[in-house]
Design a protein around this ligand. Structure first.
Ligand code: ARG
Length: 587
């Protein structure tokens, strides 16, 4: 289904096409000083026709008829041909769109029959869930929701880091210094300590490295003791991750993890050799994964690698060590194959930090050379900078994400202190507001930029924040509740009764939602939705401050304005939902 603005754009295209014989005109939003809704630049066409752009725009403005369309008033500024939306027909149409689509206003069927895979979150077991993984989780979850709203079948796959040489080290450390009960009591903390201790001791005792390798080899070969220990590490780690996912309200369709591909790795390596792509080399090279130092060979070790020099990538990709063990990249290549075979996806989206940029270039190119045809896209993001102080020292030098989230909830509770809410309500609302604030602070930034954790800004009820948007929603709910208690007779809404500039602005903003969702999908840019929601909340605020709703002049007008309120709340809630943020009913 086409939405009002899509139709308006299409009408302009058609009219200009028949007037000029040329097609694909650009549609822009004119600057605020121009009194119009859509501006079409005439420069390209003027060049083609060897005409002056202003003269061309003026000629067209005089020639074309806008009758029967959603448009009126063709005017000219500079080399732009401007159009206004014809108030009556446009209002009718937007209200009709809302009735036709109901709750799914803004969504579409463009993805029907298509599948996309989103690889996101992907923490490493036996290690803390880092703030980097938080970004991947929050951004990935939003991308999943946005694409789903556009009709795609979306497979969110948490590619847990649960395989690799580091587990050899960990198993050895556990055998030497570990204790089951201590680990069980506080798994991530204890496993991390064991891992750190391993590195300290290995510095003075290099023999440990050989033993660690042999543990990982045993794991890859399926040795029962190695497998049992590893399974247990995975289980206790997952319990902690799961708590975080529950707090965040994030779910996955698949949690296959790197270990899932264990029995498919030889095949990948064989195929790479067979096709003449891989060769044995002695090189000091590494993949791009952070901490992958552990996975990279000592200087001048024999490794199987794929050279990518001919394809503009200097660093070769390592796919196997001399002892036959696999690497991060081997597992990613097997993963791509599995995803193609299982889902035949339109695209595979990797929501992973910018520091793995080179690595994904390598893997995607190697996959292509191996004949694994997929549209793989790396969606990178910047770092999160946490505030210094108490939080970073509470449990030692690492920052535990759970502490950050709990702090957010605690601070949200303080913000809600004065409100007239029961304790039970307060607890639930503080969770929604606190977690929402953290997610929004991340998603409202341009993805590739670093995010600074700023508690004040994050929880500012007046600012560019989740609580501001949630509060706008809650306020509308309270207006609607009030309205429900008032006698109003049979009045039904009548779009054409609207006419205040604030009403029209609000309707136009609402009509912009579907295009906003599509833009956010195309660029993998949830911040486009965040920015849109802020404008919507502000437009609503000026509307509500200047136009009487409950005390409207006529019952019909009240009904129409109430519908406008209801639709605004609907879009706010949906937009926040696309960011993975919940709305409380009160706050
Ligand atoms: N576990 C990895 C890390 O923490 C991220 C995995 C990303 N996904 C992938 N298919 N490589 O760095």
């Amino acid at each position: 289904m086409k939405y009002a603005l899509d139709t308006a754009h299409e009408q302009i295209q058609n009219i200009l096409e028949s007037a000029t014989g040329s097609s694909s005109f650009e549609m822009k939003t004119p600057p605020p000083n121009v009194e119009a809704d859509i501006a079409v630049p005439m420069f390209r066409l003027a060049k083609e026709k060897k005409e002056n752009p202003v003269a061309l725009a003026q000629r067209l403005a005089g020639e074309i008829s806008l009758e029967g369309t959603l448009l009126c008033d063709a005017t000219v500024t500079g080399g732009f041909l401007n159009f206004k939306l014809a108030t009556g027909p446009f209002l009718d149409r937007v209200f009709a769109d809302f009735s036709a689509r109901g709750e799914s206003f803004g969504g579409s069927e463009q993805g029907d029959g298509k599948t996309i895979v989103v690889d996101f979150s992907s923490p490493n077991i036996a290690k803390p869930f880092s703030v980097g993984h938080l970004r991947s989780t929050v951004i990935g979850h939003s991308i999943v929701k946005i694409y789903r709203f556009l009709g795609y079948t979306v497979v969110g796959d948490n590619h847990i880091g649960d395989w690799g040489t580091q587990f050899g080290k960990l198993m050895l450390a556990f055998e030497l210094w570990g204790d089951r009960e201590t680990v069980a009591a506080n798994p991530i903390r204890e496993l991390l300590d064991l891992y750190v201790r391993y590195h300290d001791e290995a510095e003075s005792d290099p023999a440990l490295d050989e033993q660690a390798r042999s543990w990982f080899r045993r794991l890859e070969e399926g040795d029962p003791k190695a497998r049992e220990t590893w399974r247990w590490f995975r289980e206790v780690s997952w319990e902690e991750f799961d708590r975080i996912y529950r707090l965040l309200g994030v779910e996955f369709e698949e949690v296959l993890g790197e270990s899932f591909y264990n029995d498919q790795l030889d095949q990948v390596v064989e195929q790479a050799f067979q096709s003449g792509l891989a060769e044995w080399g002695e090189i000091e090279a590494r993949g791009g994964k952070e901490g992958e130092g552990e996975d990279s060979p000592e200087a001048m070790e024999k490794v199987a690698l794929i050279h990518l020099r001919d394809h503009g990538i200097e660093t070769p990709l390592l796919i196997q060590k001399s002892d036959g063990t696999s690497l991060y990249a081997t597992r990613d290549l097997a993963t791509i194959r599995h995803r193609i075979e299982t889902w035949a996806p339109e695209a595979i989206i990797y929501v992973v930090g910018g520091e793995q940029k080179l690595y994904f270039q390598q893997v995607f190119k190697a996959a292509e050379l191996l004949g694994l045809e997929a549209n793989c896209v790396h969606v990178p993001f910047g770092l999160i900078r946490l505030p210094k102080g108490k939080m970073s020292t509470r449990k030692g030098r690492v920052i535990f994400l759970e502490d950050v989230l709990e702090e957010a909830v605690r601070r949200a509770e303080a913000v809600l202190e004065e409100r007239d809410l029961s304790d039970e309500e307060k607890t639930e609302i503080a969770r929604i507001v606190g977690i929402g604030a953290v997610k929004y602070a991340d998603l409202s930034q341009t993805r590739t930029k670093d995010v600074l954790f700023d508690w004040e800004k994050m929880l500012n009820m007046q600012g560019d924040s989740a609580p501001y948007l949630q509060y706008a929603y809650v306020r509308i709910q309270s207006i609607l509740r009030k309205a429900a208690g008032m006698p109003r007779g049979q009045a039904v809404s009548s779009p054409r009764s609207l006419g205040h500039p604030q009403e029209l602005t609000l309707v136009k903003t609402l009509a912009g939602f579907p295009g906003t969702v599509r833009a956010a999908a195309t660029g993998y840019t949830p911040h486009v939705i965040a920015g849109y929601l802020i404008s919507l909340a502000r437009d609503f605020s000026s509307f509500y401050n200047q136009v009487p709703v409950l005390k409207a002049e006529t019952p019909e007008l009240a009904a129409t304005r109430l519908e406008l309120c209801r639709r605004t709340a609907q879009v706010l809630e949906k937009g926040l939902d696309l960011l993975g943020i919940e709305c409380p009913e009160r706050m």
